[in-house]
Write a protein that binds this ligand. Structure first.
Ligand code: RIB
Length: 310
């Protein structure tokens, strides 16, 4: 059984700065690099590096960025047969600024990601008979995400939705289709309409998301861990203390490890612990796909964790 990830693929253009610029300000950075990214692509790489077969469905342009992106996916072991190469558009790019605390801001030019439609749905349908888990994010058109969710459920797949980049006008039907939603605090705040900034407000947000139709909610709280809520139960999962270098793709590493745990037969609660390990390791390195943990590093940190939650 495999995992299918459906969504965005970007080339990340990263500038490291002493602090994030405020509106109207220019800040001089001290380093630039370009590297493979895109939320769905990062999630697929995270899964492949942890040893679970994974396919990515998405679209790139027929350009040099696209070649770099495919190369990075294939080096990690991701099946790229579901990726369309479109000669009439450009590959998605993300302009990323990272400060000395590892915090970031990201602006994307969607390019080919915006053209993910029927062709990619057909690719998804070809892969679904072998799939157990489908991972969706919102870097491609929402109408396509909804169709992908319907198809995944029609094949009885377990459906994870990373609601990023966040969109506060998601169709109600999407919430009832997903098995787990995994917003961070910013995304959760926009979905529920009030500020989520810790365990208390995460609990309130989870309850609103349940009312909206979501079965299981995981809200990642950065250095305060994660809050996980089912319709019967809820837990706070402690953070793992690490030295933060760059938080780009931490959420993707979390979602990837979550999917790997579920594909390995772990409970949702254990899967949140695996996600926490993935996210913790990703923030200790620069870049998106370059920061995703190897199986050996992942296993080592997973084995060290004894007390997880309260
Ligand atoms: O989640 C991180 C990703 O978000 C980056 O790789 C960038 O491409 C943006 O989509």
């Amino acid at each position: 059984m495999t995992v299918v990830v459906f969504g965005s693929i970007n080339l990340d253009l990263v500038v490291e700065v002493p602090r994030l610029p405020i509106k109207g300000e220019t800040v001089i950075g001290h380093r630039f690099f370009a590297a493979a990214g895109g939320k769905a692509a990062n999630q697929a790489v995270a899964i492949a590096k942890l040893g679970i077969p994974v396919s990515l469905v998405g679209q790139i342009g027929e350009d040099s960025f696209g070649k770099t992106l495919i190369e990075s996916l294939e080096t990690a072991g991701v099946n790229t047969s579901g990726i369309t190469v479109n000669s009439s558009t450009y590959s998605g790019i993300a302009s990323i600024v990272v400060d000395e605390t590892g915090a970031n801001t990201i602006a994307c030019a969607a390019g080919a990601n915006n053209l993910v439609r029927e062709r990619e749905i057909e690719q998804l349908k070809n892969l679904l008979p072998q799939a157990e888990i489908v991972l969706l994010e919102l870097g491609v058109p929402i109408a396509t995400v909804l169709t992908a969710a319907r198809e995944a459920k029609a094949h009885d797949c377990f459906l994870i939705l990373d609601p990023a980049p966040v969109n506060s006008n998601l169709p109600e039907e999407l919430f009832s289709l997903v098995d787990v939603i995994t917003p961070n605090e910013v995304e959760a705040s926009q979905l529920v309409g009030f500020t989520v900034d810790g365990v208390t407000t995460a609990r309130q947000a989870a309850s609103v998301l349940h009312q909206m139709g979501v079965k299981n909610v995981i809200i990642t709280l950065g250095d305060r861990g994660s809050f996980y809520s089912t319709e019967e139960d809820s837990y706070w999962i402690k953070p793992i203390p690490v030295s933060v270098v760059d938080t780009v793709a931490a959420g993707d590493a979390f979602n990837g490890a979550l999917a790997v745990a579920l594909a390995s037969g772990k409970s949702l609660r254990e899967a949140v612990q695996w996600g926490t390990v993935g996210g913790a390791l990703a923030v200790t390195k620069n870049g998106a796909q370059s920061s995703l943990p190897s199986k050996a590093n992942f296993q080592e940190l997973l084995n060290q964790q004894v007390i997880w939650d309260e």
